[in-house]
Design a protein around this ligand. Structure first.
Ligand SMILES: O=P(O)(O)O[C@H]1[C@H](OP(=O)(O)O)[C@@H](OP(=O)(O)O)[C@H](O)[C@@H](O)[C@H]1OP(=O)(O)O
Length: 458
């Protein structure tokens, strides 16, 4: 018995030592059995893997975790699902590929530090990102959607059925961007594979719904094309926390401080994030950041999301009125059909878009709202903030709205990234649909896209 315990302890210790050694002694371990996750992976924000939000998927990508979801009573049955989903893992955008290339060139040309990872970057790592990759979906991104479709079949076995597909009761809508179209195609493949049927589903491209932000004139003028709208991001990038990250980077590389900018540390952080998300590598770039640096980089990214897509400016959320009304219009239609002949014409609607499609809508619903706004000066006190883009909109982030028919009436459940959410202002995690409508009455009776997006010339 004692011998057995000692053997077990030795075995566990041996593996811990090997894993630790593997993690610290080389910068780019790519184990054939288990992916080594960079210590800073949870700080990648919108460039983060879906698996970081639901770690159980690392062991089984098709697993569903019932303990994260609240269901109504067993007397209820699901009658409708709307899923609004961000595209899967993608390449960096061209702007960031160029910044990454500049930083790589700087490291190769000027860095003289003696860190292991520096010599690895210089001797083994090659800049392989090219401009034409510009935000395109990668293989991992296709898998994100294929697997999500198959998990949704498990979550909603009475809605995602062969019969509903064959009778046109499952709709796929996408933004026109290639990464979204290709994600939707991958989702469809996952669905067909999971249901063991041939593709019968058409994709509908709808930018008015999935890229409403481009078409909201007031948003474009006041936020998208207005540098001062992101002043807090700029101030943070020029502030003491970012300066410290830059100083530490200059020390690690052994280059003059003047050659490091906030753009270069951001590029280094993106190299770390993208190599992990796309290639499942723990790349040498990640060793250039400690945990505090990563928290600062995460905050800089969250500030961008907050001021460009969320609570920072009212028009950010208001620009999603069209999507909000589209959702409730569909839900109302389902309720009407249930109350008449009981046949629901749209059992499942899948809408694929961007982080900037989901975040404004979640904001309109008052979700993930901190008491104190995120600003350039409160990094230290926002340590426990609710607004964390990596938790809210990683790749393949999904908002699931479910209607249930119950003996007492229609109920509605909301899940984000396969976890139940209680809507702010309501206590019941699966409230009566009428109570949800009361909660959002002001928006349902107003929030007119044309009016909110009109530029006020005065
Ligand atoms: O910082 P990048 O260039 O990656 O910004 C992207 C957006 O990515 P995000 O900020 O959300 O990480 C991208 O959103 P996505 O959901 O499609 O990935 C957005 O569509 C694109 O326009 C880029 O925005 P930017 O205006 O160039 O910052």
């Amino acid at each position: 018995m004692v011998k057995q315990v000692v053997t077990t302890i030795c075995f566990v210790l041996f593996h811990c030592i090997i894993s630790y050694w593997a993690f610290t002694s080389s910068c780019s371990i790519h184990s054939s059995t288990k992916i080594i996750i960079p210590a800073v992976a949870r700080y990648f924000g919108t460039k983060g893997r879906y698996e970081e939000v639901n770690a159980y998927l690392i062991d089984d990508i098709l697993a569903i975790n019932n303990s994260l979801v609240t269901l109504p009573s067993s007397k209820c049955s699901e009658i409708h699902l709307t899923a609004i989903i961000r595209h899967g893992t993608r390449y960096p955008t061209i702007k960031n590929i160029q910044k990454m290339r500049e930083f790589y060139d700087l490291v190769v040309r000027d860095a003289t530090g003696n860190l292991n990872c520096l010599s690895e970057i210089k001797s083994q790592w090659k800049m392989w990102y090219t401009d034409d990759m510009d935000g395109r979906l990668v293989d991992k991104g296709r898998e994100d959607h294929r697997h999500l479709a198959q998990r949704l079949i498990k979550w909603f076995p009475s809605l995602l059925t062969e019969e509903n597909v064959r009778h046109g009761r499952v709709k796929l809508i996408t933004s026109s961007k290639h990464r979204c179209v290709n994600s939707t195609i991958a989702f469809r493949e996952g669905l067909m594979e999971g249901l063991r049927i041939e593709a019968e589903l058409e994709l509908a491209v709808n930018d008015a719904l999935m890229r409403y932000f481009d078409q909201c004139e007031r948003f474009v003028k006041e936020v998208e094309n207005n540098k001062s709208a992101l002043q807090e991001v700029k101030s943070f990038n020029e502030g003491p926390e970012m300066k410290r990250v830059m100083e530490k980077m200059a020390d690690r590389l052994v280059v003059p401080f003047a050659s490091i900018t906030d753009d270069s540390v951001e590029a280094g952080f993106f190299l770390c994030a993208y190599e992990f998300a796309i290639q499942e590598l723990n790349p040498p770039w990640c060793q250039l950041f400690d945990e505090v640096d990563a928290q600062v980089m995460e905050y800089a990214g969250d500030l961008k999301q907050y001021w460009k897509r969320s609570y920072g400016h009212e028009i950010n959320s208001k620009s999603s009125c069209i999507l909000f009304h589209d959702l409730f219009h569909r839900l109302d239609q389902v309720v009407t059909q249930i109350n008449s002949d009981g046949i629901v014409s749209e059992a499942v609607t899948v809408q694929v878009g961007h982080a900037e499609t989901l975040l404004p809508l979640l904001t309109l619903l008052d979700l993930f709202k901190d008491d104190i706004p995120l600003s350039s000066t409160n990094f230290a006190t926002q340590h426990n903030r609710i607004f964390r883009s990596g938790k809210i909109v990683p790749y393949a982030a999904n908002l699931l709205v479910v209607l249930y028919k119950c003996p007492e009436g229609i109920r509605m459940g909301v899940r984000l990234n396969e976890k139940s959410l209680t809507l702010p202002g309501l206590t019941d995690p699966v409230p009566m649909y009428e109570d949800v409508k009361k909660r959002y009455r002001a928006l349902l009776e107003g929030c007119d896209q044309e009016t909110v997006c009109k530029i006020n010339n005065s």
